[in-house]
Design a protein around this ligand. Structure first.
Ligand code: ZN
Length: 137
């Protein structure tokens, strides 16, 4: 097990109640648990609760969106507009189904991953754009 950092100023020790089992124990004011077993039990419980609140697919989708944004950012390389082939995005592992906002202009539907957007144009080409307005909430 990892050794806890000791911050011993001696002035804040006393009796307190373990947050897991309720036993009282002697320790510093920042100690919340009577033992490693209770500390680990609390950690497992927190992980279970957060796992329940946010299922694994949430993190997976976050990763896809970040991946998409990175691909668009690298292709644009500081430009505000660029036409590339769709194949290039497919080969880079771009996920066309994942975006953070949609913007229609006349008959065109732009999809954005944060500030970077794409529009399918003719002949397997994709127009990439950058527009910071899409990150304003
Ligand atoms: Zn305990």
């Amino acid at each position: 097990m990892t050794k806890q950092t000791q911050k011993n100023n001696g002035s804040d020790t006393g009796y307190r109640k373990c947050e897991v089992c309720g036993l009282s124990f002697e320790g510093r004011s920042d100690k919340r648990f009577c033992s490693d077993a209770c500390r680990n039990a609390n950690k497992r419980q927190v992980q279970r609760i957060s796992g329940w609140q946010e299922p694994a697919f949430v993190e997976k989708i976050h990763r896809m969106l970040r991946h998409n944004r990175q691909i668009l950012k690298e292709r644009l390389a500081g430009e505000s507009k660029l036409i590339i082939s769709k194949t290039d995005l497919i080969e880079a592992g771009f996920h066309f189904g994942y975006c953070t906002s949609i913007f229609s202009k006349e008959i065109n539907i732009y999809r954005f991953c944060y500030e970077y957007g794409w529009l399918e144009v003719e002949n397997g080409k994709i127009l990439l754009v950058k527009n910071d307005r899409h990150t304003e909430l």
